[in-house]
Design a protein. Structure first.
Lengths: 335, 518, 325
């Protein structure tokens, strides 16, 4: 109890609870509204092929952004993830064309992700270099290597191998890759909510010093989340090679805004502003629906880009206004 | 029952050319509360950091319960039953009390992928509450708790290992109100009864006699004396003298007020949740002292008078005219300067040099009409000011962060002098400043008051009373007392500032508030 | 000038000499007068964005929007030229667009207190999208020859190529403002300790907004120069600004201890020398990005005080493992 007089009137219990409820579940509501709207505007939208496309696209994106969710939840930032996907994408394409089998090529792509993830984790977690500049540099580096592989242009892949077959696999109308994504996210949700890992992540975002002083290996935690972000991106890259039947060195650009938007917009789901895997998944679906829907009603790419930028802005505002503690150092604000 | 739980002999620690600890012996009896005293840099913090494993000793030996130990890091100290609570404990604001208490110790085996069971933690918290009965709702978020409750959580966090023998508290009361301090002391006594030894660093000498069984005084890296509190009290020992090593002499300059015109007035100033009904007048030629503890609204009032915040009620008058400030720059332009309570975060740009800091509040003086800086003139004026305030060492290129607390405060005062204000407001001017530098700061304030109006706001009652010509006490946002200094006593001022304790002690017949007409 | 500064200056000059020597050996053209002019021309265009970014770094923020804003501003100028407006108002129009974007950035970040990194990413994306609005993304080149914009790239003033002339003027102005004016003091005060700056009467929020305005405006100028050289305006005008700009500012800051206008000049010079050298050696553009990234990381790592402290810690714990007592 404070000793001061004239306590400012506390916000009414009912009002606050209602506001929180609205924020928590509004993304789901928006999703439903948007799906309904597009379904009415363009019946094509609900065609099986379209839904399939949406689900596959959302799955690949979802996998790419899974680790990123935790990087942002920990209060850090990673702007190299999309370039890791591009690098992995190019490595797989290049190696498959060189005669390596898909499994081996995929391992190589994965290894690239591990390498970048460890580098990021080391520089940001142990050396405590500023996360933005570091991942800017490592991302730029990864993008360069990706371009080198194709000597500046894309690499066609003749045979999409096992990954391609996986992408074509369906359980009824549900793509297998979507099932995989859901399973991955379910596992991630478990880790996030039921294991101390998630607990420490969110604690770290609010007060890293407290976590360090409590004897928790904060540096190792940081390395882990950067590693996961890169591995998820690498896996997505492998799937991209199969999906596009080619390696595209500049594919990263398309996923950059999407990733940050999905994680930040998803932050308001359930956790009122803290990035979490469930929110990311829902936001990824929403973005995939928006991409498909707006294309169907004739929007140009750039109109969609503006929409995405606006959504990211909204996501930012939500996260900032929803956080218990003031916005932390790495994600933004004075550093 | 006295049994030596800790013995340190011949401890030495050197940082570069500075001998922080010189052949220090120190011992603790089991179950005692032992206070460590000494000015900044006297060595008490260094000793405690060696004890908690943060620093490695250069010389000497350490024995815990008779066994020789060597620490290579904080973990060794914890393994040996030593836990430390920082002065500003780091807690996670969004987590609940019990989550913070068990942070890092949720499971018996370490690892990042262990199960997190909130309910099990809740049960452990209940168990803790039976062991240490404190009236805190552990399910509450830390961010919503009062300062003392957070302090208690930090202490409990330090104690989550069952085998803690020695608890180190570093200035835990610096941000607590009187009532909260009593709660903390109650917890400490409970811990003591449970057999835990407490090492307690403090700057507040009155607490020594209140809570400590024994105390040790450090000076210049040496253990000067260890005494039992009751012995010392009976013998009338002057602790400040022992801390300084010489007769304190006159700390506060003579008063010689020549009150002139009223430069700044407040009438009925009020701000929700901070203060209400504030009337005050500061005149040229005298020092107005305001005594108020943490939570009295003092800090908020100083910020309202400087334009950082706008009060919701009442008026501020400058030279008789009603004024509304449009921010600190407006207040500065009108001739008010604030020396803020926290010089490191509010008063100085620590990463810039002395001249940069000194001229920041009135850059116009150091620049030409077109806006270009006159660097040579700036340096000259800065040198003059540095000499005036006796800055030590007077190296102008040095970054402000590298100076001692007292010298940093001098830089802030120099900044005020450079701004050529008419009204100077000092908030907590000597926190963390050792006694040697304090005398110089007081002299500067007295000198200022000869031609300007000076307001000194502090939670140190002796300081307010010793320095000011007129004194006021702030209690819970209202003026509880007001008087010319010579017509009252420091005790009266202190009583007014902590009135609730008085009321609680004396009930409805507590002395009425005396208010002298301004 | 004190000793520390002299040493840093020496380190910088040494780097110039070393890089010059390496490329001079590898390519006969590197040290030719023509090529040195080309290096400075590169600094004047792509490198000028770093100058504005310096102010943002000084106030301890980040800005990732300027490539998109450069595109939007440059396309605006291109559109105005194509519509027949004279050169000067067209350029002013583009810069004005940049200023407005900078104001929005500044307000969002200093008043609404949104996090700078993701907010500027969003703004940059929106600005980039808006750059398509005039021509649906097609290149604009009508009236370019008549308007005189190409002359900006081609002509000379006082024996210097025009872009280089403008660059020197801009650097001089920036130096005067940031390092020699009382207005400039506020930037460092805002960046180093905004609370103390506020207590000293510095209008912290205005300085943050000003910093973002400067970044956007210089980025648009860089975009316009790019279009002047290419003879057309297209939304890719801002591509490739981001990493070199940050690299210049951080490399300079690493060399001189903190971000400043001279430091950015030094960093930009070194980066431009390297990029130019690689072009001469026919190294494909994608390699150069990688090398700039490595330079950037090395610069921060080597000169970051925490790096040295971390190294010390690692060394200490290792020696402790074998220490007696």
């Amino acid at each position: 109890m404070s000793d001061t007089i004239l306590q400012p009137a506390a916000p009414l219990g009912v009002g606050r609870g209602l506001r929180q409820f609205l924020v928590r579940y509004s993304l789901a509501g928006i999703f439903i509204i948007v799906v309904l709207a597009f379904s009415i505007l363009r019946p094509d939208f609900t065609r099986a092929e379209n839904i399939n496309e949406i689900l596959i696209s959302a799955s690949i994106s979802g996998i790419m952004f899974l680790g990123l969710t935790w990087v942002l939840a920990a209060g850090e930032i990673d702007i190299s993830f999309m370039e890791v996907a591009a690098l992995s994408d190019m490595i797989v394409a290049g190696l498959v064309n060189a005669g390596w089998g898909w499994p081996l090529a995929a391992c190589a792509g994965l290894a690239a992700g591990v390498a970048v993830g460890l580098l990021n984790g080391f520089l940001v977690g142990y050396m405590r270099l500023p996360a933005l500049i570091t991942t800017l540099a490592t991302g730029s580096f990864a993008r360069s290597i990706a371009a080198v592989i194709g000597l500046g242009s894309s690499v066609e892949v003749a045979d999409t191998g096992i990954a391609g077959r996986f992408l074509n696999l369906h359980f009824g109308f549900l793509p297998a890759v979507a099932v995989l994504t859901v399973l991955l996210y379910a596992a991630a949700w478990f880790v996030q909510e039921k294991l101390v890992f998630g607990h420490y992540l969110y604690a770290m975002e609010q007060n890293r010093n407290a976590v360090v002083e409590a004897g928790i290996p904060a540096r190792r935690l940081t390395v882990l989340v950067y590693l996961m972000s890169a591995i998820c991106a690498a896996i997505a890259g492998i799937l991209l090679t199969a999906s596009l039947a080619s390696g595209q060195p500049r594919i990263g650009v398309s996923f950059f805004i999407d990733g940050l938007t999905a994680v930040l917009l998803g932050g308001m789901v359930i956790k009122l502003g803290q990035p979490n895997v469930l929110g990311t998944l829902l936001a990824v679906l929403l973005l995939a629906v928006l991409v498909s829907g707006t294309a169907l009603i004739g929007w140009s790419d750039w109109e969609r880009d503006i929409l995405k930028g606006a959504l990211l802005l909204i996501g930012v505002i939500i996260v900032v206004k929803g956080r218990a503690a003031p916005a932390t150092a790495q994600m933004g604000g004075a550093h | 029952m006295s049994e030596t739980i800790l013995r340190m002999t011949g401890i030495g620690k050197t940082f570069g050319a500075v001998k922080a600890l010189d052949n220090v012996d120190f011992e603790l009896q089991r179950g005692e509360i032992h206070a460590l005293l000494g000015t900044n840099g006297a060595g008490k913090s260094t000793l405690v950091k060696i004890l908690s494993g943060v620093y490695l000793k250069d010389a000497g030996e350490m024995f815990i319960a008779g066994e020789a130990v060597t620490f290579t890091g904080p973990r060794d100290a914890i393994e040996n039953g030593i836990a430390a609570v920082q002065q500003h404990p780091e807690l996670v604001p969004g987590l609940s009390g019990f989550e913070n208490i068990f942070l890092g110790r949720e499971t018996t085996s370490p690892g990042l992928f262990r199960r997190f069971q909130r309910d099990a933690l809740r049960q452990r918290a209940e168990a803790l509450l039976t062991r240490f009965p404190i009236g805190i709702d552990l399910a509450e978020e830390i961010g919503n708790m009062a300062a003392v409750d957070r302090e208690v959580i930090a202490v409990l966090h330090a104690l989550t290992r069952d085998d803690i023998k020695i608890l180190i508290l570093d200035e835990p009361t610096s941000t607590l109100t009187e009532r909260e301090k009593a709660l903390l002391f109650r917890l400490m006594r409970t811990l003591k009864n449970a057999g835990i030894t407490i090492v307690y660093i403090t700057h507040r000498l009155e607490e020594v006699f209140e809570i400590a069984d024994r105390f040790t005084i450090f000076r210049g890296g040496r253990n000067i004396a260890t005494m039992r509190s009751d012995d010392a009290q009976r013998a009338g020992v002057s602790i400040p003298e022992m801390m300084l090593g010489e007769k304190t002499g006159q700390l506060y300059p003579d008063r010689h007020a020549q009150p002139g015109e009223a430069l700044i007035e407040a009438r009925g100033l009020g701000q929700d949740g901070a203060f209400e009904g504030i009337d005050l007048v500061a005149r040229r030629g005298e020092i107005l002292g305001v005594f108020g503890l943490v939570g009295s609204g003092m800090d908020e009032l100083s910020k309202a008078l400087f334009g950082v915040t706008r009060p919701e009620r009442g008026d501020i008058l400058l030279g008789g005219k009603k004024i509304i400030f449009h921010g600190p720059s407006d207040a500065l332009r009108r001739g008010i300067f604030l020396v803020p309570g926290d010089r490191r975060t509010e008063g100085l740009t620590l990463t810039r040099d002395v001249a940069f800091n000194m001229t920041l509040a009135k850059l116009r003086r150091a620049s030409s009409l077109a806006g270009f800086m006159k660097l040579r003139a700036e340096r000259r004026i800065a040198a003059e000011l540095a000499a005036h305030v006796a800055l030590q060492p007077a190296i102008l290129q040095r970054h402000a962060g590298l100076f001692s607390g007292g010298n940093q405060q001098k830089i802030v005062i120099a900044k005020g002098l450079y701004a050529q204000a008419d009204i100077y407001i000092f908030v907590e001017p000597t926190v963390g400043v050792d006694i040697g530098a304090r005398a110089k700061l007081y002299a500067l304030m007295r000198e200022l008051s000869a031609t300007k109006a000076v307001i000194v706001m502090s939670s140190d009652c002796d300081e307010v009373y010793g320095l000011a010509d007129r004194v006021m006490a702030l209690y819970k946002g209202r003026i509880a007392f007001e008087s010319p200094a010579l017509e009252t006593t420091a005790n009266r001022l202190l009583t007014a500032g902590i009135m609730s304790a008085q009321q609680a002690a004396e009930g409805p017949s507590a002395p009425q508030v005396e208010r002298q007409p301004a | 000038m004190n000793r520390a500064l002299l040493m840093r200056l020496g380190a910088f000059l040494a780097m110039v000499v070393v890089i010059g020597a390496i490329f001079g050996v590898l390519s006969s053209q590197f040290l030719s007068q023509n090529n040195i002019a080309a290096i400075f021309r590169h600094m004047s265009a792509e490198g000028i964005a770093g100058l504005g970014l310096t102010f943002v770094i000084v106030v301890r923020r980040f800005d990732l929007s300027f490539p998109g804003i450069a595109a939007f501003g440059a396309m605006t100028t291109g559109q105005l030229i194509a519509l027949g407006y004279p050169l000067f108002p067209s350029i002013a129009g583009g810069i004005a667009v940049g200023i407005v974007c900078g104001v929005i950035n500044g307000l969002a970040i200093s008043v609404l207190k949104l996090p700078d990194i993701v907010t500027t990413i969003a703004m940059g994306s929106i600005a980039y999208g808006l750059s398509f609005i005039y021509s649906n993304g097609a290149t604009i080149s009508d009236n370019f020859m008549e308007s005189g914009i190409l002359d900006i790239n081609d002509q000379t003033i006082a024996y210097l190529d025009e872009p280089i002339f403008f660059m020197l003027v801009l650097y001089l102005l920036a130096w005067l403002v940031l390092h020699r004016s009382r207005f400039g003091r506020g930037f460092y005060a805002t960046g180093e300790n905004p609370r103390a700056a506020m207590f000293s009467g510095v209008h912290v929020r205005l300085y943050v907004i000003a910093a973002f305005i400067l970044t956007s405006a210089t980025a648009v100028w860089a975009g316009i120069l790019h279009c002047a050289e290419a003879g057309q305006a297209d939304p890719s005008a801002g591509d490739g600004f981001l990493t070199p700009a940050f690299a210049s500012v951080y490399l300079g800051a690493a060399l001189f201890g903190y971000a400043s206008v001279p430091a950015t000049f030094a960093g930009t010079l070194l980066i431009s020398m390297m990029l130019n050298g690689f072009t001469l050696l026919s190294v494909p553009y994608y390699y150069s990005d990688a090398i700039i990234s490595v330079v950037l990381i090395s610069a921060i790592a080597v000169f970051d005080p925490r790096f040295a402290a971390a190294l010390q810690r690692i060394v200490k714990t290792r020696s402790l493992a074998g220490a007696p007592k």
